[in-house]
Design a protein around this ligand. Sequence first.
Ligand code: NAP
Length: 298
Amino acid sequence: MNQQIINKLCIIGVGLIGGSLARALKKAGAVGDIVGAGRDVAHLEKAKALGVIDHFETDISLAVKDCDMVVVAVPLGAMQSVFEQIAPVITNDMIITDVGSAKGSVVKAAQAAFKDIPATLVPGHPIAGTEKSGVEASFPELYENRRIIITPLETSSTTAISKVKSMWQACGADVIETTIEHHDEVLAATSHLPHMLAFSLVDTLAKMDAKNEIFDFAAGGFRDFTRIASSDPDMWRDICLANGDALVEMIKKFSDDLQKLSNAIEKNDSTYLKETFERAKKARDEFCDSKNINDSLE
Ligand code: NAP
């Protein structure tokens, strides 16, 4: 059991990500009191009944009162409005972080809301999640052995950075630091593009006349590849809007390569096809080895 590192925590947005953080910190004994905030009383009552939070408030400016840590875990499109509500009441010893899947847009939202970004703000992003949403889907082990990327700003104080790191480490996570730009480029490639491919593939098939037959014939490979197309559409709309430049760049790169593959098939270019598949297989095998993944067992 960890020592208590947060006295009073406010989680704004007690869904999958915020709820799992609350559960993990409670399980680790790393937090005293947890207040949840959100728009919908029924969701917050559910979170309290599940033991995820101790109290709740729908007025965000009241929810953060006396908190030494505030975690903003709302959809990207709601970040600015939440920052605007806490701006008038933040104090010098209130650490603020977020969990948004894109970071440039969160910093823009903070600039617009706070004018002078507080030294206690340290943006963050847990590289963990599922295709489910809401507090019912939250669980305390979500962050165990997972990476949390924090993107401290020039203005972020060392005290704030170290407290945000300790919070995630108490959940069993491995915390790494990078810049906002690097985060957004890398996530466009490794997370945002794959989600676009899954959504787009399922949508293309669903629009075909023979869709029922196609889905009937689909097997494990289709299921593996398309699991993430069950993710929350609102969240993914927000991520596309928030990280549009980096994502469009990746979609262009991928479309060029897909076109080359299509040309090679048309021209019966077996060398191109085999070389592409060999390169991809080698890269994926190395990735799985480095992460100890054996997905034939899953
Ligand atoms: P979620 O399960 O839908 O939870 C979002 C929560 O935010 C809900 O509890 C919702 O509660 C609250 N909320 C929505 N709009 C709000 C507003 N305007 N003011 C106050 N509260 C609001 O979503 P999630 O998956 O936890 O995602 C939350 C954040 O984590 C997003 O920024 C996402 O980019 C990031 N993230 C998600 C994943 C993932 O795999 N899901 C992974 C890493 C990071 P009410 O409806 O009651 O207001």
